[in-house]
Write a protein of this length. Structure first.
Length: 386
């Protein structure tokens, strides 16, 4: 029996008119029900037909994409084989040149065109040193590019003043290279540390080259490494002195982290502070000290990783002249007496934290002794942080 109540009967055995009429009504209802179901199935069949058609089209598209991908893979494989051959040839060429050329640095840098007036483009850059120590710079569009440009480096410096350097995203990341063709190339590194790495490496080898050519560069300046350390605050954690020629060098290290983390060592040369080069003059010690003392944090000091030979130290006269507070503050020292109040002394005024520390009686006596007794001041400067 169906949902309409229809159930087939044997008409040959039925003679009752009412039964036949009722069966006829049930048949009509069943036909109408089936017709309604058919009408409901038509949209579903249409959807299935459309889905089937879409699936067929998608299958054809995937088959086409698969064929295209197979072609692309075949081309890439061929290109890879060609590139492998090129790399093998390049390796052989590099091995042939390695006897006379050393690659010091290699990496990606942005290079500005037209002295910084054109937008920067990514370049693969190599810094080489030839057998005669000539510093060379190579750059190309890619590492495997067939065209490589080359220039001899005359000078390198950090770019802090050009229009390019004033752009926020380029600040403290650009540097300039002057070439033997009287051109200035401007590069941008990814970070300040990376810029410093390139500048220091190139600067070190330029100095070594100039020294090898007898350009008046001293052996101390032709160092194996030039590096910088930026101190966020005082004390700096190292002491300095000068040799007989007036060259400043690190005489002592008080902060172990400066030695361990930054690599600073005793006898490293001290070259500059916040971009101001120290005078190399035996009579300029106080002026150099003043430059370092007046520097405002953060303080960037440039060092050279060369060591003063022990025999040279023994032969030279070490700077031992006593310093008094009158040397550092001549106007105020004249008025400082045993009973004077040291609170208004510039040493205290320039270091506000001293006012609190001077409340400690022992510290007060120490400061007063340093102001009044040159020998104690000299010992303090030699054994403590600047």
């Amino acid at each position: 029996m169906t949902s309409t109540g229809y159930q087939p009967i044997n008409l040959d055995e039925t003679t009752d008119i009412k039964t036949l009429e009722r069966q006829l009504e049930l048949v009509k209802k069943e036909v109408m029900s089936l017709d309604a179901q058919k009408r409901q199935e038509i949209p579903k069949n249409d959807r299935l037909s459309k889905q089937l058609e879409h699936g067929s089209n998608e299958l054809v598209s995937l088959q086409n994409q698969l064929a295209e991908e197979s072609d692309r893979v075949a081309k890439l494989k061929l290109q890879s084989e060609l590139r492998d051959q090129e790399l093998k040839l390049a390796k052989l060429d590099l091995e042939a040149q390695s006897q006379s050329t050393k690659t010091v640095l290699e990496g990606n840098l942005f290079k500005f065109g037209k002295r910084g007036r054109a937008k920067p483009k990514m370049k693969r850059v190599w810094f080489h040193v030839l057998r005669d120590l000539t510093p060379m710079l190579d750059w190309a569009d890619t590492k495997t590019s067939g065209k490589v440009e080359r220039a001899i480096i005359k000078r390198v410096f950090e770019d802090n003043d050009s229009k390019v350097a004033s752009i926020p995203m380029y600040k403290d990341k650009t540097f300039c290279v002057e070439t033997n063709r009287d051109k200035t190339l401007i590069f941008r590194a990814e970070s300040t540390d990376e810029r410093r790495k390139w500048v220091q490496a190139i600067e070190t080898h330029i100095t070594a080259f100039l020294n090898s050519q007898g350009a008046g560069v001293s052996a101390k300046e032709a160092t194996t490494e030039i590096f910088e350390i930026t101190f966020e605050n005082r004390p700096l954690g190292f002491g300095i002195d000068q040799d007989a020629e007036g060259q400043l060098y690190v005489s002592s290290i008080q902060h172990e982290d400066v030695k361990v983390e930054e690599g600073l060592q005793e006898r490293d040369l001290v070259l500059s502070c916040n971009g101001t080069s120290f005078l190399k003059d035996p009579h300029a010690y106080e002026e150099n000290i003043k430059t370092l003392r007046n520097a405002k944090p953060p303080i960037t000091v440039r060092f050279a990783g060369n060591r003063v030979p022990e025999e040279a130290e023994a032969a030279s006269s070490k700077h031992t002249r006593d310093l008094s507070m009158q040397d550092l503050y001549p106007m105020q020292a004249a008025t400082l007496t045993e009973n004077s109040n040291i609170d208004n002394h510039p040493l205290v005024l320039e270091n506000p934290e001293f006012k609190e520390m001077l409340k400690n009686e022992e510290f007060y006596r120490l400061v007063k002794d340093l102001m009044e007794q040159p020998d104690k001041l000299t010992a303090f400067l030699a054994d403590h942080e600047l």
